[in-house]
Design a protein around this ligand. Structure first.
Ligand code: ADP
Ligand code: ADP
Ligand code: ZN
Length: 214
């Protein structure tokens, strides 16, 4: 079987729109989206062993230990299929482990989409983010409201605010982003795979920019 040619990373601060755009792009390119945040939240909701190990870190806005995350990625990546990674890698160690995992199969990352969004906008997007815990849909009370107040369009469940979208935890997550994740921009830039995308503007416009950058 021919290998899908897209192996993409979405990089950017919390709330930049990675999940929103990664979902769209995955549909468009017919590759699978692997979101470590979604996988972890589902595990926490179900109370699995993974969820129990990850929960306290997530509540504090800290990174879940690398060995846990790498286990998830090893399981999720299928080298034949192509993929979009949303929320991974988040530090240099994770990026190195990913490189090793791929190069042992003769593969590489083809594009890194860096969604560039200034802090004031991030704060707004996160403050009004609401999610469906049942089907994973993501809304925004201002920019992308559900049809019916606080109810999921897809499945009718009540929308909630993520625990870690509270202001104190958001501040911590931004700090972690600056301290651990931002360094990846340079690494991928030097490798020539980084695409810096202006993340401001409506979702359609941002999607168009991403499409053009591929
Ligand atoms: P991330 O995965 O990077 O944390 P999300 O995709 O969850 O980001 O988006 C964060 C919030 O901002 C959500 O409420 C989402 O609906 C909203 N959002 C996403 N893209 C845009 C956009 N282009 N303009 C305004 N709001 C957006
Ligand atoms: P956002 O969409 O706001 O960028 P995520 O949904 O990607 O946030 O992540 C939520 C939380 O899950 C993080 O604060 C962290 O605790 C954990 N997490 C997700 N991905 C990773 C990762 N690659 N490494 C470590 N922790 C992670
Ligand atoms: Zn739903």
């Amino acid at each position: 079987m021919e290998r899908n040619r897209y192996r993409i990373i979405f990089l950017g601060p919390p709330g930049a729109g990675k999940g929103t755009q990664a979902e769209r792009l995955a549909e468009d390119l017919k590759v699978k989206k692997i979101s470590t945040g979604d996988i972890l939240r589902e595990a926490v909701a179900k109370g699995t062993e993974l969820g129990q190990r990850a929960k306290s870190y997530m509540e504090r806005g800290e990174l879940v230990p690398d060995e846990i995350i790498l286990g998830i990625i090893e399981e999720a990546i299928n080298d034949e299929e192509g993929f979009i990674l949303d929320g991974f890698p988040r530090n240099i160690n994770q990026a190195k482990a990913l490189d090793e995992m791929l190069s042992s199969k003769g593969l590489n990352i083809t594009h890194v989409i860096f969604l560039d969004v200034p802090d004031e906008e991030i704060i707004k997007r996160i403050a009004y983010r609401r999610v469906c815990l049942k089907c994973g849909a993501v809304y925004n009370l201002i920019f992308n409201p559900p049809k019916e107040d606080e109810i999921c369009n897809n499945c009718g469940s009540k929308l909630v605010q993520r625990e870690d979208d509270r202001e104190e935890v958001v501040r911590k997550r931004l700090e972690v982003y600056r301290g651990s994740t931002e360094a990846l921009i340079r690494i991928y830039e030097e490798r020539g795979v980084l695409r810096r995308i202006n993340g401001l503007g409506d979702r359609e416009e941002v999607f168009r920019r991403i499409r053009e950058a591929l």
